[in-house]
Design a protein around this ligand. Structure first.
Ligand code: PHE
Length: 355
């Protein structure tokens, strides 16, 4: 655009063209928006090959020798003016960009911290941990048995033959494999531990159990038990009672009243029910215990000699006791929960309270 044909060049024209170039360039540079636009103007005016200033300088060669230095001075002045305008404009554009970035990326150190949600132990898991901790202090070791059991270990080796009326105590859910079922209690674990270990045995077996139940506030078709088994020489009912009383005091507090009542299970003889004094009321009309003031927390008894035999243990030499407690019942008493269904609902409003 500013390039003049070589033939017509003279000093006055070239000087005027240089001035015109400068007068055009400076306001354009001053008004340019952003670094990219400045780069473009830089190239346009000062570019070595296609730049406007180099175009004009090509005319110098056609001037008389004595005029050339003067034009050289003028060219340098224009170049310097354009260059320093560019430097200044770039500085401004750069700090504007930096300021915009700083404004956009500001960290508000006064903002409240973001709360990272943390999980908690499920009250059932936590209650099982407490139970195994207490019995752990009596030397009991924790084992686990399978949830899908066999009719043989869940019933027959527990002295409950097929068609025995005692089976009515456990409404059973079966699976589609001959002889297999979902364990109705953790007691088959007694047989498994006796097969795996030699006396003396002190075993705890926590786990999920299944029953075909009509579901209500105190019945679930899926629930947890902790089984206990002790087998040794000279084990007797007083040992059982002593350990259970100690357990009740550790779990529910020193002054908690306890009692043994006669019970019935085919795999223990004698059998008992173990009650603690109602923690909710201690009086008639109580929502937890009804009117009795007592709440049963487990079934127990001396292991039936036949069961010891099925477990490969000589009942002439060894005796044992066993108990099975419902974990939900204990968790409900500890936390004042009145509906068993909340445990498996997965409702975070309930679960989030156990922190
Ligand atoms: N398995 C019994 C039940 O589920 C409880 C129990 C266990 C009773 C061990 C005696 C001994 O009801």
């Amino acid at each position: 655009m500013m390039e003049a044909p070589l033939t017509t060049v003279d000093l006055a024209t070239l000087t005027a063209q240089l001035r015109a170039l400068r007068d055009e360039a400076l306001p354009r540079i001053a008004g340019a928006a952003g670094l990219a636009a400045l780069d473009e103007l830089d190239l346009h005016y000062l570019g070595r090959k296609g730049g406007a200033l180099s175009g004009l300088m090509r005319g110098i060669g056609a001037l008389p020798v004595e005029d050339r230095p003067r034009v050289g001075v003028a060219v340098n002045e224009v170049r310097e003016a354009v260059e320093s305008a560019l430097v200044e404009a770039r500085g401004r554009a750069g700090s504007a960009a930096l300021e915009a970035r700083l404004a956009a990326e500001t960290v508000d150190v006064s903002a409240p911290a973001r709360v990272i949600p943390r999980g908690t132990l499920h009250p059932i898991v936590e209650t099982i941990a407490r139970i195994t901790e207490i019995f752990g202090q009596f030397g009991f070791v924790t084992y686990e048995g399978p949830e899908v059991e066999t009719d043989v270990t869940n019933f027959q080796m527990l002295n409950i033959p097929p068609d025995h009326p005692a089976r009515d105590l456990w409404d059973t859910m079966y699976v589609d494999i001959e002889g297999a079922l979902l364990r109705t209690h953790t007691s088959p674990g007694q047989i498994r531990v006796m097969h795996a270990e030699q006396p003396p045995i002190r075993a705890l077996l926590p786990g999920r159990c299944f029953r075909y139940e009509a579901i209500d506030a105190s019945h679930a078709s899926e629930f947890f038990q902790v089984e206990g088994l002790m087998v040794d020489e000279g084990t007797n009912l007083a040992d059982l009672k002593g350990q259970l009383v100690e357990f009740a005091h550790a779990m529910f507090g020193e002054g908690t009243p306890t009692r043994f009542r006669p019970g019935y299970y085919p795999f223990t003889e004698p059998s008992v029910a173990f009650d603690i004094g109602c923690l909710v009321c201690g009086g008639p009309g109580c929502p937890a215990c009804g009117r009795t003031g007592w709440i049963t927390i487990l079934g127990a008894g001396m292991v039936h000699p036949v069961v010891l035999q099925y477990g490969g243990i000589d009942p002439e030499r060894y005796q044992g006791f066993a108990f099975g407690m419902g974990v939900e019942r204990i968790a409900m008493l500890r936390h004042g929960i009145t509906d068993i269904r909340v445990f498996l609902d997965g409702d975070l409003r309930f679960l989030g309270q156990f922190r």
